[in-house]
Design a binder for this molecule. Structure first.
Ligand SMILES: [Zn+2]
Ligand SMILES: [Zn+2]
Length: 163
């Protein structure tokens, strides 16, 4: 892969999916390269250079609400621990009669995970991610977000040694 430009920026650790690996510009003009979009499609990315302003939340918004990566942990936002569908008492026209909810591991509340409007949305997980960002903080459901191959094992051991 050719150098994307900018300067190298160290992540918190090898499992940090949030921190840009490359940054450019200074102060209010500082931009970060999305570390996920730059990956090729076969690795879950889009093969695209996406530079986002670090100030005024553009980078933060993209990482949390386009990719579901927590700014506070650098890990994927934890999914609901359960789902249910509830019937809405008096839906208006063009609204759903039933709405899907997800249960939060942290606050134990049932959170609507879709809009009540009967429309298709671009990022389906957005409702859940908004709740997770506001609620979870440093709390992450244990395990299962990384592919646990040989590379993972090497990195995990190195991480344990420094932690
Ligand atoms: Zn991205
Ligand atoms: Zn919660």
């Amino acid at each position: 892969m050719p150098h994307p430009g900018g300067e190298y920026n160290a992540p918190r650790d090898a499992f940090d999916l949030y921190t840009p690996r490359f940054v450019k510009g200074k102060g209010v003009d500082k931009m970060g390269l999305c570390p996920i979009c730059i990956e090729p499609p076969e690795r879950g990315g889009e093969g695209k250079k996406v530079w986002l302003a670090m100030k005024f939340s553009a980078f933060n918004y993209h990482m949390q609400y386009h990719h579901g990566i927590s700014a506070s942990t650098g890990r994927p936002l934890s999914p609901p621990i359960d789902f249910r569908v509830v019937t809405r008492p008096s839906p208006r026209k063009a609204e759903r009669a039933k709405v899907k909810q997800g249960k939060c591991h942290k606050c134990r509340s049932w959170i609507a995970v879709e809009t009540v409007k009967d429309i298709d949305v671009k990022v389906k997980e957005l409702f859940w991610w908004k709740h997770a960002v506001a609620c979870h903080g440093a709390s992450v459901l244990v395990g299962g977000v990384f592919e646990e191959d040989d590379v993972y094992e090497v990195l995990r051991k190195a991480h344990e040694d420094t932690a």
